[in-house]
Write a protein that binds this ligand. Sequence first.
Ligand SMILES: [Zn+2]
Ligand SMILES: [Zn+2]
Length: 270
Amino acid sequence: MSTLVQAGGYNLVFDAGRGAVIRLTQAGIPLGKVDGVFLTHYHSDHVNGLSDMWMTGYIPAFGGRQGDFNVYGPTGVLALVEGLKIAHADDIRVRVADGELKKDTTNIVAHEFPAEGGVVFNQNGVVVTAFKVEHDHHGAIQPALGYRVDYAGRSVVISGDTIPTANVLKCGKGVDLLIHEVAEFQDIHAVQQVYAHHTNPREAGEIFNQTKPKMAVYSHIVNGVSSKIIGIPDEVLIQRTKVNYQGPLVVGRDLMSFLLTPTKIETYTP
Ligand SMILES: [Zn+2]
Ligand SMILES: [Zn+2]
């Protein structure tokens, strides 16, 4: 799971799950040019590509990063980054000893903020605001946040992993692009546990109906988990959303991108 937002000359990456480095490279983004990674929560599918992004980015041939690798996250990011430093100290040691890279290009810096969120990045007109979401009904999975990015009168909200939550309604009101997670299966009874941690398409439709984004996008699509739990086709996902929402909706795919112009949103499908 990973979403790139480009604004004001910055490359801001939201979550760094498995394969994020491969997709960024396919999208033509040099890893050394990632200006910040913002984590929503610490489930493995959102962080297990982080060390790859950091470490491949400091290899001159691949990333050529100059300066720090900045990781923003709620309480816990300091510990995560300290752990990565310990885990991978030998990679840096041998590459520096081998003359492959300079030590100061290997810096990784944690920017930790409270679990309640707030403005976490504010540079050259690009404002990133983190907001608290609910990843489960019991508050077991905390911290858990979503993000809103504002720049030049345009805005994107990324829900993070969440059940329907009031803060998405608040922060997503009238936003240009509302990127929301979704979960749906053929047999809903087989996956009550999953349902209890995510938003189903009928609920998402209600959220889109209330926030009225210029465009709604599904990402982090939990749709079939194994051969035993069968997913549903995109058309059915859309159909079930339409019960509550008839506005613009796109089912996201890897490498799909959206250009927010002052007048419209253009969608590019790879
Ligand atoms: Zn999660
Ligand atoms: Zn997840």
